[in-house]
Design a protein around this ligand. Structure first.
Ligand SMILES: [Cu+2]
Length: 236
């Protein structure tokens, strides 16, 4: 038992180490979450189909012809019984461990902000988000006036709330993180391509106008971003 435990600890340790090593290489957790989701859907579909086919086959093949019919299968030995239970379980658990390890790796990347990330401070109020850009420019956005971020560089949002609990929900980049008064939380994204459809929506019910606490976040080329931030800064 002790041996088995230490072997398992060793395996977990190795998984954690390789997870951290890979995490630093992951520059786009959104794509990784996407891939993980696809693998999970694929795996549970395959497993579900195999189980369904086996269940239907056994139902038909071994159905009783009369209510008091007794089965004639030979008794399994203890080794056979245990093997029948353990081997399929081991196969499915191998898949579970693979998914868990991959999930852990992506989670590590999701929580480790790249060093070159641009920092945007976010303050949540009832009922809007306020953004402070690295040069100190403050922006309040809504659905008509989007905020902009440059493509090709990770962006980290350092967030806090001035009143109640809000949540930074940005489905386009597969991120969501609570924003709380008296605490700083963070989330980072990597806009690898330009887009003008990503919606930031408060994802924690925060009062009357919660549903309107939303704005667009456009990812634009660097020059367009520079021009925009200069314009916003000039408007003061
Ligand atoms: Cu809110």
């Amino acid at each position: 038992m002790k041996k088995l435990l230490s072997a398992m600890m060793g395996l977990t340790g190795t998984m954690m180490l390789s997870g951290q090593a890979v995490a630093q290489d992951i520059r786009n957790p959104a794509a990784e979450w996407e891939e993980l989701w696809d693998i999970v859907i694929f795996d549970i579909t395959i497993i579900g189909v195999i189980m369904a086919i086996a269940a239907v086959f056994f139902l038909i093949r071994y159905r009783a012809n009369s209510p008091d019919q007794v089965g004639s299968a030979r008794k399994l030995t203890t080794v056979q019984s245990i093997s029948f239970a353990l081997i399929p379980a081991a196969i499915f658990m191998a898949d579970d461990f693979y998914l868990a390890a991959k999930g852990w790796t992506v989670w590590n990347a999701y929580r480790n902000v790249p060093e070159d990330a641009m920092e945007v401070k976010v303050t949540a109020y009832q009922w809007y988000f306020e953004f402070e850009y690295p040069d100190g420019t403050l922006v309040e956005a809504d659905m008509e006036t989007p905020i902009k971020i440059p493509v090709g560089q990770p962006v980290v949002f350092r967030m806090t709330s001035e009143d109640v609990i809000h949540s930074f929900g940005l489905p386009h980049y597969r991120v969501k993180e609570d924003i709380m008064p008296g605490r700083q939380t963070y989330v980072w994204i990597n806009p690898i391509e330009t887009q003008n459809t990503a919606i930031l929506q408060c994802a924690e019910f925060c009062g009357e106008a919660h549903s309107q606490m939303a704005n667009l976040i456009h990812a634009v080329p660097q020059e367009e971003y520079d021009a925009w931030i200069a314009e916003v800064a000039a408007e003061g």
